[in-house]
Design a protein around this ligand. Structure first.
Ligand code: EPZ
Length: 420
């Protein structure tokens, strides 16, 4: 395990270049196995989640070559093997191999994807959708065995606009016989990025980015080149940081439209922003105003930015309420923020109150999940003195080059092996 050590209280200025989206890349890599030829994906972030997916591809017998942010994947000779639990448990997104391998081989055996600290993370909507397409789902010795004589297009309505289920069912339907319509589909930018990738291979998907996605099954998917969309959650994390201690911090290589809900919230909080075609420049105002946050599916306020935003609200004047409607346990960062001097309180497992501004002091804290870790990095940079963040590997899963990117704007931050 690693730890991150920060000497806080420094003003940050300069440019932070945003990488490819983790939540898109972790779907694009499994989707590549659907293709019967080699595909190339650019702007892939160099994060540990991608390393784990590489392990799965190699285990299946795909040929994978990575250099810099480019990945070439040739799945023409892959075999349908069980993915070892030790690898599939490394990341939730391994479950995208369910839809991809079911589509390619009409059979897939996979271990239950683990839950994590933010919630139980069930996959009932994925499995229900596979059954609607004609598959049989059996559970045995904490594995799913999903088989289909053939997959037929179906009308599938999602009880909840689940990102994972929407993508997994697109993967399963892309070579099914006939037409599939997914209604109440998720609309996140990564859904569009995956649909575009599949269409570049020759799939026939329309409506991605709306709540109704139509997939007309095709027989063959051919080689293509594709690019991962910029990571709007990484971008939002650094925008929140710049709003507290930035001076002309430019967050570049982004699509501002993907950040509309955050931009609107930062305007309410009193943060002036210069918004360009592919960048946002932020200088922290003298005063941040308290506000209320309610997380919602896209294009609402993203749940993945709720924890970083909590740190900003500890510096805002007044009382803020956070209402987390997506995950049942996504406030584990608050205890750690309180250790650093914040005044936060859990009102229920979905509601918290934060009163500010409070002075934050460097402490030894623990990351419990990826975005909680991001919340603590922001707190460490804002606090005076030294902050040590244990379990920093969580953070490395989703923020490419975070130590270098922050050092380049003046932060005193380093990564070390931890003996905890
Ligand atoms: C994706 O998770 C992201 N992960 C999450 O980001 C993100 O928080 C989430 O979407 C919401 O935006 C990846 O893309 C790899 P969901 P996913 O299916 O697909 C319930 C991060 O920090 N649900 O939209 O697992 C579920 O319990 C990570 O980058 C079911 O009940 O999210 C939750 O309450 C954390 N049954 C809600 O839906 C299902 O079958 C949202 O889940 C599926 C989901």
């Amino acid at each position: 395990m690693h730890k991150i050590i920060i000497e806080g209280g420094k003003e940050l200025s300069g440019e932070i270049k945003i990488s490819g989206s983790k939540n898109s890349a972790v779907a694009l890599v499994p989707a590549a196995v659907l293709c019967d030829e080699e595909v190339t994906i650019a702007n892939v972030p160099n994060i540990s989640d991608i390393d784990a997916l590489d392990e799965i591809l190699n285990h299946l017998g795909a040929t994978v070559t990575r250099n810099d942010d480019m990945i070439k994947i040739d799945s023409s000779k892959i075999e349908n093997k069980v993915i070892p639990e030790v690898i599939s448990k490394k990341l939730r997104a391994s479950y995208y191999f369910m839809g991809a391998l079911l589509s390619k081989f009409k059979k897939v055996e996979m271990y239950f994807p683990g839950g994590c600290s933010i919630g139980a993370r069930p996959i009932n909507l994925h499995l229900k959708g596979f059954e609607a397409l004609g598959a049989k789902v059996q559970e045995k010795d904490n594995m799913f065995v999903i088989t289909a004589d053939n997959l037929r297009g179906a009308k599938i309505n999602l009880d909840f606009a689940s990102v994972g289920a929407t993508i997994n069912l697109m993967l399963a339907a892309v070579k099914a016989e006939g037409t599939t319509v997914i209604s109440n589909a998720a609309k996140e930018p990564h859904i569009v990025n995956v649909a575009t990738f599949l269409n570049n291979m020759g799939a026939k998907i329309s409506g991605a980015g709306t709540s109704e996605i139509k997939i007309v099954g095709v027989n063959h998917l051919h080689s293509c080149f594709h690019e991962v969309v910029p990571d709007y959650i990484e971008a939002g994390t650094y925008m929140i940081l710049a709003s507290i201690i930035g001076k002309k911090v430019t967050i570049s290589n982004i699509i501002p439209d993907h950040l509309e809900s955050l931009i609107s919230k930062l305007e309410d909080i009193g943060v002036p922003m210069e918004i360009g075609i592919d960048f946002i420049r932020i200088s922290a105002p003298d005063k941040l105003m308290a506000t209320n946050i309610k997380t919602q599916v896209y294009p609402g306020f993203p749940t993945d930015l709720q924890q970083p935003m909590a740190t900003l609200l500890t510096q805002a004047v007044g009382k803020s309420i956070i209402n987390e409607t997506i995950w049942e346990n996504r406030f584990l960062n608050l205890n750690e923020l309180n250790k650093m001097g914040a005044t936060t309180e859990l009102l229920s497992n979905s509601k918290a109150v934060i009163v500010g501004p409070t002075k934050l002091h460097g402490k030894k804290v623990k990351a419990t999940d990826l975005r909680a870790g991001a919340s603590l990095v922001i707190a460490g940079l804002v606090a005076d003195g030294k902050t040590t963040i244990e379990n920093a590997d969580y953070i490395l899963r989703g923020y490419e080059g975070i130590v270098d990117k922050l050092t380049n704007v003046g932060a005193k931050i380093k990564l070390e092996q931890s003996n905890e």
